[in-house]
Design a protein around this ligand. Structure first.
Ligand code: CA
Ligand code: CA
Ligand code: CA
Ligand code: CA
Length: 293
């Protein structure tokens, strides 16, 4: 290989790799003064300034392999100072789309459907975030957290749109309460003021804005008083994931769970899967908001 050929190959490899990167150690979130058009298509000019982050780390089964026809996914994120919002777009390719979840304050099945999931820890404190438990986080195996809003896990359910169209309807769930015997399901749909999910063949494009709330937010008494103020330099915990169910009928079942971050061998659950982000924000990735100007 000549030096010239090596140079061309290097450029090709760099371009290929930089277009499809695993979530970097720290995501640098670009600012936009303009919102995308929320139509379930990722072709807006504003998205061009942001890098795709792949969702390809298999958390269930831990370090498993997923066929591309079965699932592939990637996402982008931007922020707006004026709107005080995060903007997301995600492209998910899935061979069988299992939808149909109907929100109920007691139905915990939401996580078994095909769902796109965002994990957000607005002040990057890390730590447990499941319940408002009266517990000692440093010395209690049954402790699930003292503040359920320490971080937010958004399980986004849609009813799939027809080919070439999009839906704006969604439910967004997580559990809250004080302990496992007291758990309820909160619908966080209002945290997503703009939302669309488009369908093109087996590709589902989620495009939405997200309001960020501080850890003073109370799911029982939601209030805009607890909106967080996005600013350049703000550091947050962030990861994305997809729960893949390919059963066409019967009770929904999570076949695979695929995340944007690598997970941790030392934090496997009791079934040997990496599945810790839903309960502990210390396993989120890191993101920083870049300068607005
Ligand atoms: Ca769009
Ligand atoms: Ca699939
Ligand atoms: Ca926090
Ligand atoms: Ca599926």
């Amino acid at each position: 290989m000549t030096t010239k050929h090596f140079f061309i190959l290097s450029i090709f490899l760099f371009t290929t790799i930089s277009n499809f990167a695993i979530q970097p150690d720290t995501i640098k979130i670009e600012h936009t003064s303009k919102a995308p058009k929320f139509d379930g298509k990722a072709d807006d000019k504003v998205w061009k300034n942001s890098q795709w982050i792949t969702i390809d780390q298999v958390w269930i089964p831990w370090k498993g392999t997923i066929d591309k026809d079965d699932f592939s996914g990637r996402y982008k994120v931007l922020w707006s100072e004026k709107a005080n919002l995060l903007y997301f777009v995600a492209e998910i390719s899935d061979d069988v789309f299992r939808d149909g979840y109907i929100y109920s304050s007691t139905d915990t099945n939401y996580s078994e459907y095909d769902i796109f999931e965002i994990f957000l820890d607005p002040n990057r404190s890390g730590g447990l975030h499941v319940f408002d438990g009266p517990c000692d986080e440093t010395n209690n195996a049954e402790c699930w957290g003292k503040n359920a809003e320490n971080a937010f896990t958004y399980h986004i359910n849609v009813n799939a749109p027809l080919h070439g169209k999009y839906t704006t309807k969604k439910t967004v769930e997580d559990i809250y309460g004080t302990n496992l015997d007291d758990k309820k399901i909160v619908n966080f749909a209002n945290h997503f003021p703009q939302f669309a999910c488009g369908k093109n063949g087996n590709t589902y494009t989620y495009e939405f804005s997200l309001k960020v709330y501080t850890d003073s937010y109370n799911s029982m008494k939601p209030s805009e008083k607890h909106r967080d103020k996005l600013h350049a330099g703000k550091i947050m915990g962030l990861a994305a994931a997809f729960c893949d169910d390919d059963h066409k009928t019967g009770a929904p079942v999570r076949d695979n769970f695929i995340g944007s971050t690598a997970g941790n061998n030392n934090a496997l659950d009791d079934k040997g899967n990496f599945n810790q982000a839903w309960m502990n924000a210390s396993y989120y990735g890191v993101a920083i908001l870049k300068d607005a100007h």
